[in-house]
Design a binder for this molecule. Structure first.
Ligand code: OOG
Ligand code: MG
Length: 261
């Protein structure tokens, strides 16, 4: 009898990841184990996000992952990745999150762009600024659906790059330079991570360039009014009950959230 190669069931993988998120229950790494590579993992991500959309959520942006060495080192994956943001992930600036809805949430400081239009893939980086309406300090809440927050590249791509929530601080006019602004992450008023926007591919605008190109390879584009998260400049920290977390980005301001105990 000859063995017939089994095609991985991408919809079933997406359903398991969705169930893990909805029930806040970690699962084993199932995606690479099913023979899915990093390119095909984006189809799992697509199916996963489609389940959120079917529940009434709306796409509101894109996010980058692993655009800094600090992040790559923390999770042991060294490829730039991208994921999707929905309105259901949005947390008001200064708002409180109920930790019961997450598995092992972490929080990290981000820089957010508000898109004025849809940039063309391949458009020169310099022209991207005309596609950006505003910039803001932000926080991302990540919550890998995998046990021990441990994953391979295909696994984290399929899991929508651990996206779980985001906070956008007050939008600011795009400053002349974004490439070397100090970034702090504070927990209960104490600085726990320090970095610079230079850690984000040298300049957060390069993250926008990569995002437009990489998402474009999958036929996904940014749209007018969408948010774009450039990727964390520092490692993420666990979000524990009762803590207040604040991202401070030089010249841009702050974004914060609290974890209800
Ligand atoms: C993957 C998502 C990474 C970032 O900003 O680098 C990310 C993870 O760390 O779980 O969002
Ligand atoms: Mg992030």
């Amino acid at each position: 009898m000859t063995a017939v190669a089994q095609q991985p069931d991408l919809a079933a993988l997406a359903a398991q990841l969705d169930e893990a998120a909805v029930t806040a229950t970690a699962i084993p790494q199932i995606v690479a184990a099913a023979g899915v590579d990093a390119v095909t993992a984006y189809a799992v991500q697509d199916a996963l996000v489609a389940r959120r959309l079917a529940r009434g959520e709306r796409l509101v942006g894109l996010k980058m992952g692993l655009t800094s060495r600090a992040k790559m080192a923390q999770v042991g994956v060294d490829e730039v990745i991208w994921g999707r943001l929905t309105d259901g992930m949005r947390i008001d600036d200064g708002g409180a999150v109920d930790l019961g809805g997450y598995i092992h949430p972490r929080v990290e400081p981000e820089v957010a762009f508000l898109m004025a239009r849809s940039p063309e893939p391949g458009e020169p980086v310099g022209d991207f600024l005309s596609a950006v309406r505003a910039v803001a300090p932000a926080l991302e809440l990540i919550d890998s659906r995998y046990a021990n927050f441990t994953f391979s590249l295909p696994d984290v791509i399929a899991d929508n790059t651990s996206a779980a929530g985001f906070v956008i601080g007050p939008w600011q006019p795009v400053p002349a330079g974004l490439s070397n602004l100090g970034v702090l992450l504070e927990v209960n008023g104490r600085v726990v991570q320090t970095g610079s926007t230079a850690a984000i591919l040298g300049d957060p605008r390069r993250a926008l360039d990569s995002g437009v190109r990489l998402a474009g390879q999958h036929g996904v584009r940014l749209h007018e009014g969408w948010v774009f998260l450039a990727g964390a400049a520092t490692a993420a920290v666990p979000l524990a009950p009762g803590v207040h977390v604040r991202a401070v980005v030089e010249k841009l301001g702050t974004a914060s959230l609290s974890a209800a105990s």
